[in-house]
Design a binder for this molecule. Structure first.
Ligand SMILES: Cc1cc2nc3c(=O)[nH]c(=O)nc-3n(C[C@H](O)[C@H](O)[C@H](O)COP(=O)(O)OP(=O)(O)OC[C@H]3O[C@@H](n4cnc5c(N)ncnc54)[C@H](O)[C@@H]3O)c2cc1C
Length: 411
């Protein structure tokens, strides 16, 4: 076993979207960057539906062209099937943002593309190497590679982008439980999806099950394969007393819209389950370190916001790390934490309104004012930092105001 010390300007833990965009940004600004990734790529991770804001962030960092050229399904919007009542949002009908489309991606392909680009720009990748300890005083991390060699990483700044690994929250005691209910996702990939042939082709579809007890995601890939997952509370899952696959079958076959669409479905991977994924942190920043992406707060998958927040935070962290390493003052609380919380809190309000039914009551109104529909399309497109949007300025009161002004059919 060999002991080695690697010195760089910035250490990035994790080669997912948050880590790759930060690495690409920083190396293009002239810094030496070590990216330490625990598992060999390409690797699967959940979260396959992107939002238009992702395209903008990738473009800002010179990473969009390769994604554009890969052949992913173009995602033009999101559709919500509430027991046969369909509400769809075309992302291009937003309130003036640049991108009106995004992609449905197999993450093993998408994340691999981004990481390769970061390396192509000059980042040094330490693959199959796991960070096991971190000293925030000296910005030094200990790691072990696949041969069992012990490595020490020294840097001027460290970014934890370890996603579900949650390296800094665990090692520095910063983990905090989410205030959201514990939910589970039961998911697989299928062939035989009977896809819409109208303007919603390529959209993510969300099907509501029962009395808002569960919802189903349907993410169509360009090779004919579709990702289909069921999300519900752990209690709801347990109440069926079924194994994952039988539960998935049961929910699909008892949900209007999904039952017809997946009548010919053939599962091509075992049905998996992930539980209790919502998480929070006591703090996102320290003296010479910060966290990005899922290593910070993760809310809920219903609006496909995870990769957008990962790219946004990785990009914002890189901008501020550059400032700090140039000797400029950075107010991490306002420029990073408060900035990220603006967007997170918009999604938090939407997630809350989805589960308590407020959002579905807005969706069910047939004739909505045009400006409300556009404002929602922007949020669903990941544009959650635009103060021209009523839902961004004050998410709670905007949601209440919209609900008081429009009465859903049948109420
Ligand atoms: C059920 C469900 C459905 C979802 N659906 C969507 C969706 O449709 N769209 C969407 O945008 N988001 C979705 N998400 C969220 C999405 O999965 C995450 O937000 C996204 O993957 C976060 O990216 P990241 O870069 O922060 O972390 P990750 O993509 O998790 O990458 C982190 C990397 O860090 C590495 N790592 C971990 N520990 C260590 C260590 N100790 N040392 C070195 N490396 C380490 C990991 O191997 C991994 O490659 C969903 C989440 C769930 C739970």
């Amino acid at each position: 076993m060999e002991a080695k010390t690697i010195v760089s300007d910035v250490l990035i833990i994790g080669g997912g979207p948050a880590g790759s965009i930060a690495a690409a940004s920083l190396v293009q600004k002239g810094y030496s960057v070590s990216v330490v990734e625990k598992v060999p790529f390409p690797r699967f991770v959940i979260g396959e539906s992107l939002l238009p804001r992702c395209n903008e962030l990738l473009e800002m960092n010179g990473m969009l062209e390769m994604v554009d050229n890969h052949g992913f399904t173009v995602k033009r919007g999101a559709a919500f099937d509430m027991h046969g009542v369909l509400e769809s949002y075309d992302f291009s009908e937003n309130i003036g943002q640049k991108f009106g489309t995004s992609y449905q991606v197999k993450r093993e392909e998408f994340d691999d593309l981004l990481l390769k680009q970061a390396v192509g720009f000059g980042a040094t990748l330490f693959e199959e190497t796991e960070i096991t300890a971190f000293d925030p005083e000296t910005t030094t991390a200990a790691a072990v590679d696949k041969e069992g060699n012990l490595l020490t990483f020294k840097a001027k700044f460290a970014l934890d982008a370890s996603g579900y690994g949650r390296v800094f929250p665990r090692l520095l005691g910063l983990d905090e439980p989410s205030e959201l209910k514990v939910r589970s996702a039961v998911f697989t990939r299928i062939t035989g999806d009977i896809r819409p042939t109208d303007e919603t082709e390529g959209y993510i579809y969300i099907y509501v099950h029962g009395n808002n007890d569960a919802w189903i995601w349907c993410i169509p890939f360009s090779d004919g394969i579709t990702s289909v997952g069921v999300v519900c509370t752990e209690e709801y899952f347990s109440s069926f007393g079924l194994e994952n696959e039988a539960f998935w079958d049961e929910i699909i076959n008892s949900t209007v819209g999904a039952k017809e669409r997946f009548a010919n479905a053939v599962k091509i991977v075992p049905v998996g389950k992930i539980d209790g994924y919502s998480a929070n942190v006591k703090s996102m920043v320290g003296k010479n370190y910060c966290m990005a992406g899922n290593a910070t707060e993760f809310l809920d998958p219903v609006f496909s916001s995870g990769v957008t927040l990962a790219l946004e935070s990785g990009n914002q962290a890189a901008i501020l790390i550059d400032k700090q390493l140039k000797g400029e003052a950075v107010d991490w609380e306002s420029e990073y934490v408060a900035y990220m919380m603006t967007g997170i809190n918009v999604f938090r309000e939407f997630v809350g309104a989805w589960y308590d039914g407020r959002l579905q009551s807005i969706f069910c109104v047939e004739e909505k004012p045009e400006k409300i529909k556009r404002a929602i399309a922007s949020i669903l497109g990941g544009y959650v930092w635009d103060n021209n949007n009523i839902f961004v300025k004050n998410p709670k009161s905007a949601m209440a105001a919209v609900i008081s002004q429009i009465t859903p059919k049948g109420l």
